[in-house]
Write a protein that binds this ligand. Sequence first.
Ligand SMILES: N[C@@H](CCC(=O)N[C@@H](CS)C(=O)NCC(=O)O)C(=O)O
Length: 211
Amino acid sequence: MTTGQLTLYYSPRSRASAVRALLDELGAPHELAVLNMRARAQKSPEYLAINPLGKVPALTHGDAILTETVAIMLYLGDLYPGAGLTPMPGDPRRAAYLRWMVFYAASFEPALSDRMYSHVPPANESSYGTFDEVIDILGDQLGKGPYILGDEIAVADILWGASLQWALGFKAIPDRAVFRDYAARVTARPSFQRLFEDEARLAAEHEAAAA
Ligand SMILES: N[C@@H](CCC(=O)N[C@@H](CS)C(=O)NCC(=O)O)C(=O)O
């Protein structure tokens, strides 16, 4: 069993933000290694030894290293099942939980990225079909609500809530009530409110330090 300290390598207002909110939700003691991406700290040799892509988030747990937001969030959810946010094996929601976590990384992010950078792959050759299909399928699932797995909030909502809030802010997804209401519901939680407050401070500090 892996034991030891949890350290989150993090930058404000990045994909690492959802992981930070999750650590708060789970009540997981951890150290925060804050990287100033404005000053390119994510490309330092020390950090590249942790994530050779030079991207956040990364998580270390003792000697174990994880990269990739979804892998990190799945790992943390399994580490803290007592927080009640993780449909563990045997839970009837487990299948849907894994499906929507992986859908985020394997279908939603590539679809969003292709759309933002005006890359339109043929639907039968892309890994996700089309952007519109991905958005409609996600909207249908969230419409069943109030959370992505139904009545109870799960780790997956911390991921999707943070991401949809960002995507709506950047007009990267259609401005539909189903997305707005869901993102507002998740990010109204105290964990996100604490996060946003601290991130405003950190982002200003990073900006000033890099200037
Ligand atoms: N697939 C990765 C993507 C990580 C990623 O793109 N992180 C961005 C911040 S949101 C980053 O570190 N960018 C800095 C850079 O590329 O220099 C994940 O899900 O963790």
